[in-house]
Design a protein around this ligand. Structure first.
Ligand SMILES: NC(=O)C1=CN([C@@H]2O[C@H](COP(=O)(O)OP(=O)(O)OC[C@H]3O[C@@H](n4cnc5c(N)ncnc54)[C@H](OP(=O)(O)O)[C@@H]3O)[C@@H](O)[C@H]2O)C=CC1
Ligand SMILES: CCCCCCCCCCCCCCCC(=O)[C@@H](N)CO
Length: 427
């Protein structure tokens, strides 16, 4: 008996342990530390949003910070606020990344860069059919060509000054829309996917020079750009983008800087981003054998989750997107999910929760309701699934602290009392 359970235990733990050992032996490149303190950190788009938050944090960690953007007024404002709060001097450069000569002048003036963060980016959301090619070109020029200009201008001095200066970083600000194409973001997604090709190839070219490339993949982030974008974003785009939790610019900047310090090639920012980084690991470099282990183990399960997700997103001609949005409204008229429309925060259900739907079909019930605390963030999820509609549902998230949101629930007291614990209810 004891022998049998020992045999089972061995069978259970031996294969993963061997895999872990194998990965520890083969995973390259080796981990490396890129210091921030006392180093020249150059941030494009550093006058606003994520770039400004990065400049703040780098300065407060003792870096010599330079920021580049078009508007000198915004740059001066940023410089003032950073200097006031950190006491560190900031150099500003007014230039458009689309203008190589202007970028080259700025870089020459700034001196050799240790950490280059290519963060500038623009987005005009629109379905391709309705979008003018001028807007498409604008996004590709600023996001992709602008990044080439920046790197071309900075690389020679970064390389030649490397001896005695330690490891350097070239970090590109992508987006989760650079990991998965999003409705309404054709040009934007193309520009951000382009950054990935650039990064993967460049890493091979510069690793010999002790330069380490990173790609940051933020979800929607509260910045002036997001506010502008939300004014004209197609509804479907908002619904899909809401599948990944919104972050604050400071939080994204912190994740990015932490990733840069460990020279991570891929830097996800939230839990959904972590899943996306596993789903899209592809042939990208991986320094951490533990992450490589997670990628190998979780890839299949995540692929299944993604396929379920897509069974929601890609409705056939007979179940057009229009009707799926209408169904959201129909739900909103029935008693239980009224809260979803009231707070205007509904989004397409995406499945890691697919099993729930299967469960409700098995139980032959029309609705399943799940209340679960998110173990990663202080918020609760309310999921309403309609088994009759097959693979369509609605999810709603409120912060655990958002009591007004909770009280608006028709079943508020009952759910609120329980939603702080991860547990499921079905009826
Ligand atoms: N906010 C979000 O939801 C997300 C943003 N991202 C990415 O993060 C990056 C920063 O975005 P965010 O902070 O939101 O944007 P903001 O609009 O707040 O900031 C953009 C910065 O880029 C500068 N910039 C824009 N165009 C140019 C240009 N042609 N040449 C030089 N500088 C330029 C802007 O200054 P100025 O206008 O004066 O030139 C500003 O400093 C972008 O690459 C974006 O794609 C990724 C995922 C989500
Ligand atoms: C395997 C499981 C995956 C689960 C989640 C998938 C969700 C994808 C959502 C992507 C959201 C992209 C937002 C980009 C916003 C942006 O870049 C602009 N706002 C810039 O201004």
């Amino acid at each position: 008996m004891a022998n049998a359970s020992l045999a089972y235990l061995t069978l259970l733990f031996l294969p993963p342990s061997l895999l872990l050992l194998l990965l520890a032996l083969i995973v390259r490149p080796r981990p490396v530390n890129v210091p921030i303190k006392n180093r020249n950190v150059f941030i494009t788009g550093g006058s606003s949003g994520i770039g400004l938050a990065l400049a703040h944090q780098a300065a407060s960690e003792g870096a010599k910070v330079s920021i580049l953007a078009r508007s000198l007024d915004k740059l001066e404002d940023a410089k003032q606020t950073i200097q006031l709060s950190t006491g560190v001097k900031v150099a500003v450069f007014a230039a458009d990344v689309r203008d190589f000569d202007a970028v080259q002048r700025a870089v020459d003036q700034a001196g050799p860069i240790d950490v280059l963060i290519v963060n500038q980016g623009v987005l005009v959301p629109q379905e391709l059919e309705k979008q003018g090619l001028d807007e498409v070109k604008f996004m590709l020029d600023v996001n992709l060509m602008g990044s080439f200009n920046m790197i071309k201008a900075a690389l020679p001095a970064m390389k030649s000054s490397r001896k005695n200066r330690g490891p350097a970083s070239i970090t590109l600000m992508s987006s989760q829309a650079g990991q998965v194409g999003i409705y309404g973001y054709t040009a934007y997604s193309a520009s951000k996917f382009g950054l990935r090709g650039l990064a993967e190839a460049l890493q091979q070219e510069v690793i010999e020079d002790n330069i380490h490339v990173s790609l940051v993949f933020p979800p929607e982030t509260e910045t002036p750009a997001l506010a502008r974008e939300n004014e004209k974003k197609p509804q479907v785009t908002s619904i899909i983008a809401a599948s990944s939790a919104v972050m604050k610019a400071d939080e994204v900047a912190k994740k990015a800087l932490d990733g840069i310090k460990f020279a991570r090639f891929i830097i996800p920012c939230n839990f959904e981003g972590f899943l996306l980084s596993i789903a899209t690991a592809g042939l990208s470099p991986q320094r951490s054998f533990l992450m490589a282990f997670i990628e190998v183990i979780a890839a299949g399960a995540i692929r299944i989750a993604v396929l379920c997700f897509q069974s929601n997103c890609f409705l056939g001609p007979d179940r057009s997107r229009q009707s799926s949005l209408m169904r959201v409204k129909v739900y909103a008229n029935c008693s239980i999910p009224v809260v979803f429309s009231e707070l205007g925060m509904h989004c397409l259900l995406y499945e890691p929760q697919a099993f729930l739907l299967i469960w409700s079909i098995l139980c032959k019930s029309n609705f399943s309701i799940l209340v679960a605390a998110d173990i990663y963030e202080p918020r609760c999820m309310f999921l309403v699934l309609d088994a009759r509609e097959h693979c369509f549902g609605l999810s709603y998230m409120v912060k655990a602290s958002d009591f007004t949101g909770l009280l608006k629930l028709p079943l508020s007291g009952f759910w609120a009392a329980r939603c702080f614990h991860p547990q499921h209810f079905f009826f």
